[in-house]
Design a protein around this ligand. Structure first.
Ligand SMILES: Cc1ncc(COP(=O)(O)O)c(C=O)c1O
Length: 452
């Protein structure tokens, strides 16, 4: 671990901070206007002249000056759930999407082994070319039943599901309108489609309604895309209101349940259960197998016509290899356990509630966090956020920082992901340590500012 002094020459620090501020300002202008700065490069084949490359160097230099390690790409030596091992150190872990603690469950491992024995690892080609495997069909049937809809379809990647499905369903005469905090895969799906794109302020459904009122008439089809649970803020949209809006404006509604499945609702069934809404009122349910279901891949659930159309036309399905059967078998078993053991979702809900209430009682800023499995702790500036993450690691707690451009420049944060297997004592330790270290870091930052 780098134990270098956090002090650096005032002049160097000022220069670096000015540079970081300039990057953040430019990025804010870029995101608010939609125009990127022009990059004049004398050598268009040099990868280091690509936009953003120099910024990476600046951030690295800043990290080195402050004795900070890169908080990303750390190597976990085994399974990462409520606990993990990094560099030989056993840590409390708050950076895993294994919400229900199913990764490594003995029944899932047994199902995976059975599938490997029967199918090998790879499906070796797309389902169009190489034909079906019963395990894919069984998983799709189970997901459709979970949502109470006609059919579902699974894809090898959650990211590619959004990209390829939104990209396929809409075209240049259409409109895609999504929440401003939408995941990159949703945004890029809109780009791929060639449709007109709009975004409404986070969870501001009045704005959505107004935007549709003025724009809907100009387009053939319209798709509203929201997430069931937002992974940066840990909050969720008002689903009944969304359904009312989409019906009134004759639009499709797509809900990405990547972080909602297993987390929201009495039994962890997701957003529809949370609101007591009939899931058939949503046109397109999307989700991932990579989080609660302890696998990898994405799914779409909805009407027969939707699934039939995607199965025959979406390039991301037609021209891509089928999900490895071992993953389908694992996800199917995980879904079965989610249904069979609702106490896991109940425990996770308890953890989300106590984390947020104890954190706010201790003076931490939990932003929009709604007391679910995702709880942000807002620090504001990037540098103290990375420092805090590092100090917590040194004290046995792994939690990742999130900074601009993933969140607004002055809203850098730590994101705590809770699982059903965290204990109250572990949550209390994490909060107490975070409060202590944040106070220390803020004190140090004040001293540095006074010295400058
Ligand atoms: C809301 C949302 N949608 C889609 C994805 C992509 O899923 P995957 O990581 O399984 O490809 C993510 C990933 O974290 C996500 O948060």
């Amino acid at each position: 671990m780098n134990k270098k002094s956090p002090h650096l020459a005032n002049e160097t620090r000022e220069r670096l901070l000015r540079r970081v501020e300039a990057i953040q300002d430019a990025a804010s202008v870029e995101s608010s206007t939609g125009f990127a700065a022009q990059h004049n490069s004398s050598d268009s084949t040099d990868f280091s002249t690509l936009p953003g490359y120099e910024d990476l160097r600046v951030y690295r230099a800043l990290g080195q000056k402050y004795g900070l390690e890169n908080p990303y790409f750390r190597t976990h030596e085994g399974r990462a759930g409520a606990h993990t091992n990094i560099a030989g150190q056993s840590l409390l872990n708050f950076s895993s999407y294994d919400y229900l603690g199913l990764n490594g469950h003995p029944e899932i491992i047994a199902a995976a082994k059975e599938a490997v024995d029967r199918y090998g690892i790879s499906a070796s080609a797309s389902r169009h070319v190489a034909g079906e495997r019963p395990i894919h069909l069984a998983l799709e049937r189970a997901l459709a039943e979970h949502y109470g809809v006609a059919e579902s379809l699974v894809f090898v990647s959650g990211y590619a599901t959004n990209l390829g499905v939104i990209g396929q369903l809409l075209g240049p005469k259409d409109l895609v309108i999504c929440d401003s905090l939408s995941h990159n895969s949703i945004v890029m799906g809109g780009v791929l489609s060639g449709a007109a794109r709009r975004s409404f302020p986070h969870n501001d459904l009045d704005s959505l309604d107004h935007m549709l009122a003025s724009a809907r008439g100009h387009f053939q089809r319209a798709l509203i895309v929201v997430e069931g649970l937002y992974s940066m803020d840990g909050d969720y949209p008002d689903l009944p209101r969304l359904i009312e809006i989409k019906n009134r404006h004759n639009a499709w509604l797509m809900v990405d349940e990547a972080h909602a499945l297993g987390v929201l609702g009495q039994r962890g069934y997701g957003t529809a259960e949370h609101f007591g809404v009939d899931p058939r009122q949503v046109d397109i349910w999307m989700g991932t197998l990579s989080k609660t279901l302890a696998g990898c891949g994405g799914y779409i659930a909805g009407s027969h016509e939707l699934v039939e159309y995607l199965k025959l036309t979406a390039g991301v399905f037609v021209y891509s290899v089928a999900m490895p059967p071992v993953i389908a078998a694992s996800a199917l078993k995980a879904l079965e356990i989610l249904h069979r053991e609702p106490e896991r979702a109940a425990k996770l809900r308890h953890n989300g509630t106590v984390f947020r209430s104890w954190a706010t009682e201790s003076g931490l800023d939990t932003g929009n966090g709604a007391g679910t499995a995702i709880c942000p702790v807002i620090v504001a500036d990037s540098l103290p956020t990375v420092m805090l993450s590092q100090r917590l690691l040194e004290r046995g707690i792994n939690v990742q920082p999130v900074m601009h451009p993933a969140v607004p420049a002055k809203a850098a944060r730590l994101r705590f992901f809770l699982t059903a297997t965290h204990t109250d004592a572990e949550i209390a330790t994490a909060i107490r340590t975070t409060v202590e270290e944040l106070q220390n870091i803020r004190g140090k930052m004040r001293t540095l500012t006074a010295q400058a």
